[in-house]
Design a protein around this ligand. Structure first.
Ligand SMILES: [Fe+2]
Ligand SMILES: [Fe+2]
Length: 310
């Protein structure tokens, strides 16, 4: 297994030898998640130089190429890969979001989910929410002036407006603790569904490559544009199950914040980026489509395992 080989390789920096091919999509996703993580918080038992180890970078590149190819082929299969006029990017984003017919996990949480299902969903979500906004932070230096200023305004909120207790990832950690789950970073990665890891890997792939800055910002926009209403439903579901408190506070924060972020991301970040760098317009939409697509696939699998029709 590639992921097992990788873990051994990270623990023993001297270890060399050819990386085995991944033996499943799950193996592939865990391996890429692990390699990306070297550029985020790293691992206690891994050599910090592993992030820029040429052998590991080669493995990462192969996995990233395979992932990007899969994501791009889903985008072209969807038949939406026509380049919008640069000035029409915010409207094109709104259209993509309006046409999204993926199942809603928040709807299920609001009305029917039981406590175990909600806790399972929170464990899955923790893989992203505990590093919320970190992939987008890599994009800041790669943007032209207007998009950069707008992204910083959005990120400033995500990172708590200067107050560590308001940091969104920290609000989520406190929420996990309050509902009896583990708040440490990466605590539930081993339980993460392949679709969830792939969703996270797509975000990190876009964030870590300058070439993919348009996709990263489109991904961010779709994320923000589909957050406010579902967050309200999450609050209602948590309330219904007696899980209100800090976890509901996390989602409550997003009801208001993301109603603002939605416009910042679509108009001030993606809109101005496409005006200043028209060749980014298509990738912005590709990134937005991918965000909706990976969430739809994740939601479908979750609802399937619970025997709920989406
Ligand atoms: Fe947030
Ligand atoms: Fe946000």
């Amino acid at each position: 297994m590639l992921s097992e080989w990788l873990v051994a390789r990270l623990a023993e920096p001297g270890l060399t030898g050819e990386a085995p091919a991944p033996d499943s999509r799950d193996d592939e996703s865990i391996a890429l998640w692990t390699l990306h993580e070297l550029s985020f918080r790293g691992f206690e038992d891994a050599d910090e130089r592993a992030e820029w180890d040429p052998g590991l970078l080669g493995v990462r590149r192969d996995l990233e190429e395979a992932l990007e190819e899969r994501l791009r082929s889903r985008w072209s299969e969807a038949g939406r890969d026509s380049t919008p006029r640069a000035g029409g990017v915010p409207e094109a984003l709104e259209e993509l979001v309006a046409e999204d017919d993926g199942p809603s996990l928040a709807d299920h949480v609001r009305r029917h989910a039981d406590r175990d299902q909600v806790l399972e969903l929170l464990r899955q979500r923790s893989v992203y929410h505990l590093k919320e906004s970190d992939p987008s932070a890599f994009v800041v230096p790669r943007l032209p002036v207007r998009a950069k200023a707008a992204l910083m305004a959005l990120q400033f909120d995500e990172y708590g407006d200067g107050d560590p207790n308001r940091l969104h990832s920290h609000l989520f950690a406190r929420g996990l603790e309050a509902v009896g789950l583990r708040p440490e970073y990466g605590a539930y990665v081993d339980d993460a569904l392949t679709e969830n890891l792939e969703m996270n890997n797509a975000g990190s792939l876009f964030g870590l490559h300058r070439r993919l800055r348009g996709a990263a910002m489109g991904h961010l926009a779709a994320f923000e544009m589909t957050s406010s209403l579902p967050s309200r439903k999450m609050v209602q579901g948590l309330d219904r199950l007696g899980l209100a408190g800090p976890m509901a506070d996390y989602y409550d924060e997003h009801v208001e914040a993301d109603a603002v972020h939605e416009h910042l991301a679509a108009r001030d970040i993606c809109g101005t980026l496409a005006e200043d760098e028209p060749d980014q317009a298509e990738d912005i939409l590709f990134g937005a489509f991918t965000c909706l697509d990976v969430e739809a696939r994740f939601a479908t699998v979750m609802l399937d395992t619970w025997g709920v029709a989406g």
